[in-house]
Design a protein around this ligand. Sequence first.
Ligand code: ADP
Ligand code: MG
Length: 250
Amino acid sequence: MATTIKVKDLNLYYGSMQALKNINLDIEKNAVTALIGPSGCGKSTFLRTLDRMNDLIENVKITGEVIYEGKNIYKDYDIMELRKKIGMVFQKPNPFPMSIYDNIAYGPRIHGIRNKSVLDGIVEKSLKEAALWDEIKDRLKESAYGLSGGQQQRLCISRTLAVAPEILLMDEPTSALDPISTLKVEELMDSLKKEYTVVIVTHNMQQAGRISDNTVFFLSGEIVENGKTEDIFYRPMDKRTEDYITGRFG
Ligand code: ADP
Ligand code: MG
């Protein structure tokens, strides 16, 4: 397996509360990795350590290493460079208060791209990758707020793809969506992993089973078990994984 991110002995504390305990994990390149586990077990916290989003929270202390392309993201990366390579999609769609086009052109413009035809190309490619182009290609100048919730979330995925990241982090990206929009976002995953590495938090077990190659099971800030999704689901080694998968708690 080709590893893209290597997490070594990672601990995270909110004040005196330890939210992540000695996490060691290799994340596979060009695959979908699902993070599962009951509410409060540290999934979002862990996801945020991968692009340093926890840096914004007060009183957070982090020890250990997150190695990406041979470099420690806490020591050897400029935050702008890191955010360009590792993009995040949040639980609730959060389009900016501007046109559909400008939402997607926003990141590339920040990174210095001004040429109209280059931006047009990026907007089209990103919308196609998020399976949204056909639905909205005639509405690019309209406000993003006019889109449905499911379309807004795919717009946010497009916006993240527009800066050509290598890794896409998603924190329960379908939890605010209706079933049809959820299906559309799930269908995206398979095509996205050809070009990107996806790490997705989901509390929906069926979703993890449908879309992921690898699954990581968290409990109380620890990784109980991780591996190929089919092994975690059908041949778990740890009793706690089995109990969770079969719905006995969580
Ligand atoms: P999950 O995403 O699995 O539901 P979280 O990562 O959000 O879990 O939370 C893990 C633990 O850390 C929980 O006990 C939660 O209350 C705590 N926590 C999360 N965010 C913060 C924060 N900003 N400040 C203090 N505690 C937090
Ligand atoms: Mg969460």
